[in-house]
Design a protein around this ligand. Structure first.
Ligand code: TYD
Ligand code: MG
Length: 460
């Protein structure tokens, strides 16, 4: 008797159950179980034998290239994030909110590559050929030899790809629209997405094409359903940004062939995505340097220094529990800095609301931002603007000490390049890094508070 292959599959995490329940025990999400037929096509014994791979000895493999073969897209910010270009025979997942610009970015990359004579296939499962053509026209790319297909069936897509010369790049927009004949369940379900992705990844490995899968992200920040795809592909990039700002950040969260801490910065313009080679100038663009409560943080994203403005507002609360609101930084990190200011610097923040914002919508993850955050908070409390030509970086420990952080040379050089004259830094920072910059070292957070008290108040 055939095994019953009907399963209830969580659309959030992919866990399978023999019967339905309201809540997934694995990930705790409610109403995510959907009935799916998870049967796989049967494989004959002979076919299995023909397929099985013999192990090879690692030492026999020595002497090959130590760099994977890559195809640079010509879009420098994209190449930076992937670690130098798309790797042949690899699969890349590009995730992001709907409307953030994934299709635009990939169409631009596809067109760039096609212009250099590479064979590029763009498969759109969401838009009709005409819509893709209109977009290409808007981007002034309508004359590029990109092969377009509007198709959602994986078997048809494979047939198209295998008919004709081998492709260098295949873009699938999006993975959620695909379905394969091998599985009964509806498109967009975990089983379909997983099976479709698997087939395309196999195609990439077999033919040496780079396959880029586009995936939409759900409101809670996960690639819808296909979180299961994340571990199948070689690299995962997220395209972030918010509706209020023009610029977009491409961030690697997984990369088998390169670093994961690089970001690519783009600006959405009327004619597509433009690269932003100098993000600091963009993030500091409309800064009001004379306002209390703002400090410029000299940060690092991967190997690139980026200056951003940190804004803080400290105001007496009307609530029983004061409010702490953070945009672009870690809220528990803010709680820690507030606790240190309270315990070691004598600043009473218990009856104050605290708001913190990283200007421009960038998300900062570095602890090196502690000192800049503290400076912005103290400046807001004291109603004293910080010197307009100063940058800040340094990590604050629970004891109130200001600790050195990495890459101080790169940070200081970037500040110097953008016309800043001073830097407030941890004690051990390199003095000779940026000769035109005057360095003020602080060894404790109390030292920073004293420095701001001496400088201020300068409200105008
Ligand atoms: P799109 O690439 O379709 O997003 P996604 O594929 O991630 O869903 O981008 C759509 C948005 O970008 C849309 O709101 C319009 C805007 N846009 C521009 O501002 N300029 C352009 O040149 C293009 C093509 C799109
Ligand atoms: Mg799209």
């Amino acid at each position: 008797m055939a095994r019953n292959t009907i399963r209830f599959v969580c659309q959030n995490c992919g866990a399978q159950y023999p019967r339905w329940s309201g809540r997934c025990d694995q990930c705790g999400e409610w109403n995510t179980l959907v009935e799916e037929d998870t049967a796989a096509a049967p494989v004959s014994g002979a076919a299995r034998k023909a397929r099985s791979g013999r192990p090879v000895q690692l030492s026999d493999l020595a002497g090959g290239d130590d760099q994977p073969p890559r195809v640079a897209t010509g879009i420098a910010e994209l190449d930076r994030v992937t670690g130098g270009g798309l790797v042949r025979g690899s699969a890349l997942l590009v995730g992001g909110d709907p409307g953030i610009g994934k299709s635009t970015l990939l169409l631009q990359a596809a067109a760039q590559l096609a212009r250099t004579g590479k064979r590029v296939v763009y498969v759109s499962g969401e838009e009709a050929i005409d819509q893709v053509r209109l977009r290409a026209q808007r981007l002034d790319l309508a004359d590029t030899p990109v092969a377009l297909a509007a198709e959602t069936n994986v078997e048809n897509i494979l047939a198209t790809l295998e008919d004709g010369p081998a492709s260098d790049l295949v873009v699938i927009d999006s993975i959620q629209t695909l379905w394969t004949d091998a599985i009964e369940s509806a498109p967009g379900t975990v089983s379909q997405v997983r099976a479709s992705a698997q087939t395309l990844i196999r195609h990439a490995k077999r033919t040496g094409a780079s396959v880029v899968l586009v995936g939409h992200v759900t409101k809670d920040g996960q690639i819808a359903g296909p979180r299961v795809v994340e571990h199948m592909v070689d690299a995962v990039l997220y395209f972030e940004g918010d509706g209020a700002h023009q610029f977009r950040v491409l961030r690697a969260v997984k990369n088998r062939f390169g670093p994961t801490d690089e970001i690519g910065v783009f600006e959405m313009t009327g004619a597509g995505l433009a690269e932003v080679p100098n993000p600091s100038a963009l993030f500091l663009g409309d800064r009001d340097a004379r306002a209390p409560g703002t400090a410029v943080f000299a940060g690092m994203e991967g190997t690139r220094p980026i200056l951003v403005e940190i804004q803080a507002l400290v105001a007496p609360t009307t609530l029983a529990t004061p409010r702490r609101a953070v945009v672009g930084w870690d809220s528990s990190r803010l709680a820690m800095v507030l606790a240190v200011l309270d315990a070691h610097c004598g600043l009473k923040l218990g009856a104050q609301d605290v708001y913190l914002n990283v200007a421009g919508g960038l998300k900062i993850v570095e602890p090196a931002a502690d000192l800049a955050v503290a400076a912005a908070l103290v400046s807001s409390m004291a109603r004293a603007a910080l010197p307009a030509d100063a940058v800040y970086f340094g990590e604050v420990s629970l004891s109130g000490a200001v600790r050195p952080v990495g890459h101080d040379t790169a940070r200081l050089k970037e500040a110097e390049k953008l016309g800043f004259a001073r830097a407030v830094v941890p004690v051990q920072s390199k003095r000779d890094a940026a000769p035109a910059l005057s360095l003020s070292s602080v060894d404790t957070l109390a030292g920073l508070v004293a420095m701001i008290a001496v400088d201020g108040p300068r409200e105008t």
